[in-house]
Design a protein around this ligand. Structure first.
Ligand code: C2E
Ligand code: MG
Ligand code: MG
Length: 751
């Protein structure tokens, strides 16, 4: 019997005490044994160690002895058993330093840094020097004779406790690392749904066990916990995807969730984790996950630590998502906004078959009027209704955004655009709180194959096309083209020049006489605006009037024209002609501007002209709108005594039936129907038809553009009342007119 064996059979008085199991609160069978590797070339030492350590519990865990009989065998064994807690290592084996030799391999090559090493030797004198002890972290050095059963226990106890602490420290470090990894991985999530999806997955990373469960979004402001809806449903819960908690959670689970939500904390139990992750004051994520294998205390502890980080990362993700929402979404209608549309255009990939992209701008016609008529709340309802219908019409491959008050943008691959569906957008009325409202939209589109064209440019092009569509009336669609851009540029140039025209004194009026076809007598004058630019050339009114109208400048210049024409009335009268009308053209913009009638009244007053001497010419299309406001104005003017003429009659899409309702005094047949008179052309027949119709509704009829005596004769024969045209005179500046008038003789040969 070896020294060691004999000593180990001795029973120390302390032994019983020391061998009492530790109270860890966990059943012994659940805890894995400490692995102790006995390395010795003497079989008896192995036996004695087994004998001496039988039934031993250290820190509540049993021991598992592993045996190696040489240094090489020990290393081979350690290759597989990397969680050996203690190596009881004989120094002298195959060589006198065989034991010491493998220490460096264990520490340096195999990197087993936590395993504790107790050197044992039967021969004193082979002790390692201090440097080796320190370098290789050797726990203890004992002669075998020193290792009695109780001393062996104490040495092992100390070593195992050290090993345990090292392991715990390493585990803590790993947990800390994991915590940081999890936090930073979660904090990087781009949205709350991503975050929720990653939550359970990330939480199980540090564990060997599997967690599966669900995450629900709880909005305390709106609902109780029961109505929180599942955002993520993992294994075991997939059937409940999209349900509310109340719809599937049993009473016990509900109670657990409620407890956790109330405490705003984490409840970790060996079989499950329930976490409240706060997003802001009212909202939070409720996560519940079951563990496949029971969670051990360290894991439970880690989850507690992690919880503190979760609130932080979740609220950051939530905040970012909301900021992103504010930056990229329209809060009223819940559609992406202009920035989001531009972003989407920027990140486009090439079209499916290289067919390019379409960017569109959709504008609700007369939205302002709808707003005024029904109120802003209803206006908002209409915007929301359009916002819902647009994406449905255009399908999932088309991005729809709200890019202005009543303007929507669209972006999609060219072959994904369903034009018919887009144009059918307004075929059904919109329901606003029970009111059915019909609207139209104007649409401008641009298509590009060039992926470099920026979103701003595409939107600008589409907006140009929209303007063109609007100019064609309501409910129209137009495509961008380079010519359109050229026209727009010209329009801008004209607008800029026209803006300065009044103050540069470049505007004046020309007056064209009108005469009674039956007698040749002068009955009136039409005042026509003229613009002579700095170089002396004239810009025709057909070019600058639309520019003035679309910019609103016509309000001011129109007022100027009215005043100037009324001032001319006095001058013409002073020149000798007493009884005549002065006709002034009024554009639709002026007519629809508030206070128009009042402006006319004031102009008459300031020029001391009686209303009966003034005639306002409105085009057929204005008269035709049938809008109550237009009719109201006409009635007011008529009541004042101002005459109204319907200009360019026959060029619009007039239905003759509306003429009945028109409080107008005169119909002016457009000159395009006059030029063909006497030639049997179709256009001439129209002139022939208009005269009796005008008379039937109680209006006088005037023919425009009378250039020949023959035309004048035919018109007179048809019963047409008056004429205007080059036959009698071209439009003249006032000074010229005042010279012309005294020389005028009623036309020879009219009768
Ligand atoms: P309009 O009101 O129909 O004016 C009659 C146009 O016919 C005038 O063109 C006139 O010069 C032209 N005209 C008159 N007799 C003859 C003729 O025998 N043969 C031919 N070929 N043409 C004749 P103008 O002056 O170029 O004006 C064009 C249009 O511009 C006007 O058509 C009117 O709609 C608009 N306009 C002119 N002045 C004003 C204005 O002060 N305010 C507004 N809102 N529009 C104006
Ligand atoms: Mg006119
Ligand atoms: Mg006309």
């Amino acid at each position: 019997m070896t020294e060691a064996e004999s000593s180990m059979t001795d029973r120390d008085s302390e032994t019983d005490l020391l061998f009492l199991p530790e109270d860890t609160g966990t059943p012994v069978h659940l805890l894995p044994p400490w692995k102790v590797l006995v390395v010795d070339d003497d079989p008896e030492v192995h036996e004695a160690t087994v004998f001496g350590l039988r039934d031993v519990l250290i820190l509540g865990r049993p021991l598992q002895l592993l045996h190696a009989h040489s240094g090489a065998a020990a290393l081979a064994l350690l290759e597989h058993e990397r969680d050996v807690a203690v190596v009881l290592l004989d120094v002298v084996m195959e060589t006198v330093t065989a034991g010491l030799d493998i220490v460096s391999t264990i520490r340096d090559d195999m990197a087993l840094l936590d395993a504790r090493i107790i050197l044992r030797t039967g021969q004193p004198g082979y002790a390692p020097d201090e440097r080796t002890v320190a370098q290789y972290d050797i726990n203890d050095y004992r002669t075998k004779s020193e290792l009695t059963r109780s001393k062996l226990f104490i040495a092992l106890f100390t070593a195992i406790r050290a090993y345990d602490q090292l392991c715990r420290a390493a585990e803590q470090q790993r947990f800390l690392r994991e915590t940081l990894n999890i936090s930073s991985s979660l904090i990087d999530k781009s949205g709350l749904s991503d975050y929720a999806a990653a939550l359970i997955e990330e939480l199980q990373k540090p564990f060997e066990t599997e967690l599966s469960g669900f995450v629900a979004l709880v909005d305390e402001k709106e609902s109780a916990l029961g109505s929180a809806r599942l955002m993520v449903a993992g294994e075991g819960f997939t059937a409940h995807k999209g349900k509310t908690l109340a719809e599937f959670a049993d009473a016990e689970l509900m109670a657990r969730l409620r407890r956790c939500a109330l405490a705003r904390s984490i409840v970790v139990e060996p079989d499950s984790v329930t976490v409240w992750v706060a997003l802001d004051a009212g909202r939070g994520l409720m996560m519940h996950a079951r563990a496949r294998d029971p969670l051990v205390p360290a894991q439970m502890q880690l989850l507690q630590v992690l919880h503190q980080h979760l609130d932080l990362s979740a609220s950051k993700v939530f905040l970012t998502e909301r900021l992103h929402g504010l930056a990229y979404y329209d809060t009223l209608v819940g559609l992406p906004n202009r920035s989001a549309l531009l972003e989407a255009i920027k990140t486009r990939h090439s079209g499916p078959d290289g067919s390019g992209w379409v960017v569109g701008v959709i504008d609700i016609d007369r939205f302002g009027e709808i707003n005024d008529m029904f109120g802003h709340a209803q206006g908002d309802l209409l915007l929301m209704a359009v916002s819902q219908r647009l994406p449905r019409c255009l399908g999932p491959h088309c991005l729809v955004a709200r890019i202005g008050a009543d303007v929507f943008g669209l972006f999609c691959a060219a072959d994904a655009l369903e034009l018919d569906a887009l144009q059918a957008l307004c075929s059904e009325p919109f329901d606003l709180d029970g009111k059915r409202v019909h609207i139209t939209v104007s649409i401008g589109l641009d298509q590009t194959r060039d992926t470099d064209t920026g979103g701003e440019v595409l939107l600008k092009n589409a907006s140009l096309a929209l303007k063109r569509a609007k100019a064609q009336g309501c409910g129209q669609l137009a495509w961008y083209s380079p010519e359109l851009e050229a026209q727009t540029r010209e329009h801008m140039r004209l607008l800029q020049a026209f803006t300065d025209a009044p103050k540069l004194g470049q505007l004046y009026l020309a007056y064209q006489p009108q005469w009674a076809l039956a007698t040749g007598e002068i009955t009136g004058f039409e005042a026509l605006m003229r613009w002579r630019t700095a170089d002396g050339s004239h810009v025709p009114p057909d070019a600058f009037i639309p520019v003035a109208e679309s910019s609103g400048l016509i309000l001011e210049t129109g007022r100027w024209a009215l005043l100037t024409a009324l001032q001319a009335v006095g001058k013409i009268r002073r020149a000798g002609l007493r009884d005549f009308r002065m006709a002034v053209n009024i554009s639709v913009t002026q007519f629809q501007a508030p206070g128009f009638v009042q402006m006319v009244r004031e102009a008459l007053g300031s020029c001391a002209v009686e209303p009966g001497a003034l005639e306002l010419e409105i085009t057929e299309s204005v008269a035709m709108t049938g809008a109550e406001q237009v009719l109201g104005c006409l009635h007011e003017l008529k009541a004042m005594g101002v005459a109204v003429a319907i200009d360019d009659f026959g060029t619009g899409y007039s239905s003759l039936s509306y003429l009945d309702r028109m409080p107008a005094d005169r119909l002016k047949i457009d000159r395009s129907f006059i030029s063909g008179l006497g030639s049997g052309a179709r256009s001439a027949q129209i002139a022939e038809m208009v005269v009796p119709i005008g008379h039937r509704v109680g209006m006088k009829v005037l023919a425009e553009g009378v250039e020949t005596l023959e035309q004048a004769r035919i018109l007179a024969a048809l019963g047409c009342d008056e004429g205007q045209g080059y036959l009698l005179a071209r439009p003249m500046p006032l000074s010229e007119l005042l010279e012309w008038l005294p020389l005028y003789q009623p036309l020879e040969g009219l009768r």
